[in-house]
Each structure stands twice: as structure tokens, then as C-alpha cells.
Write a protein that binds this ligand. Structure first.
Ligand code: 5AD
Length: 349
């Protein structure tokens, strides 16, 4: 059957639902390693062996939403809330670009404290003054706002669909914004954003069929960046007693996705790294080609608890480990890291 999957891929350059499902269901070590290898070869042939590093600034942990899995949901009153002032966000982005990052991701809870105007100006400054790609990950804003952000210079958006099965989605999102989310996602693609989405692996009631449908949904809706992470149980949330998602299944999902959407930018997620740091790097040999590193200053980052024990992915350590694996990082990133070598003791021996 594995040969059938490979033949199908070579003929169509994608997989169908049944074949995705077959990969997701693999348990046998032998078969998994084979399919990971195929996904890896496809990734490295089509996308090279360069792992792109993107910098995330988690600029606010205020959120008006109530997502059952998430630690920064509005009802969680035991976390310390913060907002980073606009000028400070710009300085953090500047530092990230000087360190060699080529995409700055502005991420936050759904926080209307920052007006569309504020964000538009910030995006414009970061994009034009720092000459860098700007990606926004701020949840559901109006179509008008997203249009303005696009014109201001944002070229990428992350808006996870979380679960394409409506029942699963609505069971963990009490405002039941399913239709709105999908419509907005399609609109972002239409606006010309490189659009990212993704799902959580291990939500209540989820089957392998559901995850296969998540992957096929992203293919059919022209999603170019795919963030899939395991569910992580988080204290003081309605799902605090649910088991964590499976790291093994997450790797299967990465391999299946690489063979379904071959040119996708697909991070080895921080959520996977939080469950098992080694798996996050293993994912780079199972189809993943991006890692997001954390630019948020520690005093704020410690409170960006979307899930428990969220790890800090640091630029230098991560770059070093990628190079140690025999993989590459983008030349601009490598160059700027070397410029900082004396300062930080970075080496590539
Ligand atoms: N476990 C895993 N992923 C989570 N996210 C939020 N909370 C959790 C959790 N408990 C993910 C969601 C969201 C992104 C910012 O983080 O997919 O879109």
C-alpha cells in the first residue's frame, strides 16, 4: 500500500482523502519511517534543505474570546495580562531583523485595545522601514481591517480554522464563529495574502477522519502556510483534564500534509516542541520546513500562556541545532548571526 501512496503522489503531486487517512493511521514504526522519508525527500527536493526561521512577537495576551482550550481566554483571571506599547513592538521587530529574521509575525489575543489605525501604522513602519515581510496573527478582525493591513504592507496572515468538523469546532468555541472564520479565511486568500491556517490535533471527539478532512480543506482553500500542533492541556481552562494530543500523530499529519500540499510552508510547531523538544526537530525530517522563534521579551513572554509550559524557542539555539542536523538556514539569517557571533558566542563548527 505504501507503493500505491508513492505512485499516487508522483502521478498527481498531491494525495486524496483516503491516502491522507491511511498515513494518519500508521502505527508501525517501519512504515512510519518510510513515509516520513518520502515526505522529507519531497520537501527537500521541492523546497530545498533550508529551514526558514520566522520571528514571533506576542504583543498582547488580552483576549476577548473564550476558546475552551486556550490559557489566555477572557475568563482566565489568574494570568497576568500585558500589552506591549507600539514603539516597543517596533524596536523588538528591528532587533529581530538585525538578528537575521526575514519575517516578523505580529501575534496577540483578540484585543481591540490596538485600533485598526494603530496596527496599520505599525505594519507600515515595520514593512517599509525594516524592509521585512510582515505576517499578522491577531484573530478575527473586520474584512476592512485586513484590507487596510494588506495595503500597509502585510503579506501574510495566520488564521487557524482549528477544526473543520463543525461540531468539534463549536464544542470548543462558544461563540460558534465557524462560518465567519471560514469566510474570512477565503477573503484573505482573495486579498492576495499568503494565507496560513491549521488545526489542533487532539480536540475532544476528534477522529483521524476529521484530521484528514482538515488537511484536504486546507488544500482546497489554497492555504499556503500550515500550523498544526498537538492539543496541550492548560490549567484553569474547561479542557484542563483532557489528555494532550499525540506527538506521533502530529508527525504523521506533517508527512501527510507535505505530500498533499507539497509547497506549503509548514512549521515544526512550538506546541509540538513543548510536548517533546526532540520531536520538533525530528519534524524537520518529516516534511516541516519552518521554525518560529520567539522575539517577545521574557518579562512579557512568561505570561503568554496560550497553553501550559509553553517553551521559549530562541533564535541562536535553534539555528545552531538546525545546522548541527546538517540542514541549512537562509543565507541572510546565517550572515547576521555570524555578525553577532562575538557578541553571543554563536559558532558553526
Ligand atoms: N493546545 C494547543 N494549541 C493551542 N492553541 C491555543 N491553545 C492551545 C492549546 N491548549 C493554538 C491554537 C491557536 C494558536 C495561537 O495556539 O491553534 O490558534
Amino acid at each position: 500500500e505504501i507503493n500505491e501512496v508513492i505512485d499516487y503522489f508522483l502521478k498527481h503531486m498531491t494525495l486524496n482523502y483516503e491516502k491522507v487517512l491511511w498515513i494518519l493511521s500508521l502505527n508501525e514504526e517501519n512504515l512510519k519511517e518510510k513515509i516520513y522519508k518520502v515526505a522529507d525527500i519531497v520537501n527537500k527536493t521541492l523546497n530545498t534543505d533550508i529551514v526558514t526561521l520566522k520571528g514571533v512577537i506576542e504583543f498582547s495576551n488580552y483576549c476577548k474570546k473564550s476558546c475552551y482550550y486556550c490559557g489566555i481566554r477572557v475568563q482566565n483571571d489568574i494570568i497576568k495580562r500585558y500589552r506591549i506599547p507600539i514603539d516597543e513592538i517596533f524596536e523588538i521587530a528591528k532587533n529581530g531583523v538585525e538578528s537575521g529574521l526575514t519575517t516578523i509575525i505580529l501575534q496577540s489575543g483578540e484585543d481591540d485595545f490596538y485600533s485598526d489605525d494603530d496596527l496599520e501604522k505599525l505594519i507600515f513602519r515595520i514593512h517599509h522601514e525594516l524592509k521585512t515581510a510582515v505576517s499578522i496573527s491577531i484573530g478575527e478582525r473586520s474584512k476592512e481591517a485586513y484590507k487596510r493591513f494588506r495595503n500597509a504592507g502585510a503579506s501574510k496572515v495566520l488564521l487557524k480554522h482549528e477544526a473543520i468538523n463543525r461540531k468539534i469546532f463549536e464544542d470548543v468555541h462558544p461563540d460558534k464563529d465557524y462560518d465567519l472564520r471560514i469566510e474570512l479565511l477565503d477573503y484573505l486568500v482573495e486579498l492576495g495574502y499568503i494565507t496560513g491556517s491549521g488545526n489542533i490535533i487532539g480536540l475532544p471527539g476528534q477522529t483521524l477522519e476529521d484530521i484528514a478532512k482538515d488537511i484536504i480543506f486546507m488544500k482546497e482553500h489554497n492555504i499556503k502556510m500550515i500550523g498544526m500542533g498537538p492539543f496541550i492541556s492548560t490549567h484553569n481552562t474547561p479542557l484542563e483534564n483532557l489528555e494532550n494530543g499525540s506527538a506521533e500523530l502530529t508527525l504523521n499529519a506533517y508527512a501527510a500534509t507535505r505530500l498533499t500540499i507539497p509547497f506549503a510552508q509548514m512549521p515544526a510547531t512550538t506546541a509540538l516542541g513543548t510536548i517533546d523538544r526532540n520531536y520538533q526537530f525530528k519534524a524537520l525530517n518529516c516534511g516541516c520546513n519552518v521554525i518560529m522563534v520567539n522575539l517577545t521579551p521574557d518579562e512579557y513572554r512568561e505570561n503568554y500562556n496560550i497553553y501550559d509550559e509553553k517553551i521559549k524557542v530562541d533564535l541562536l539555539g535553534t539555528a545552531q541545532r538546525i545546522l548541527d542536523m546538517g540542514l541549512k538556514i537562509p543565507p541572510y539569517t546565517l550572515r547576521n548571526l555570524f555578525i553577532k557571533e562575538a557578541q553571543y558566542g554563536f559558532s558553526n563548527e
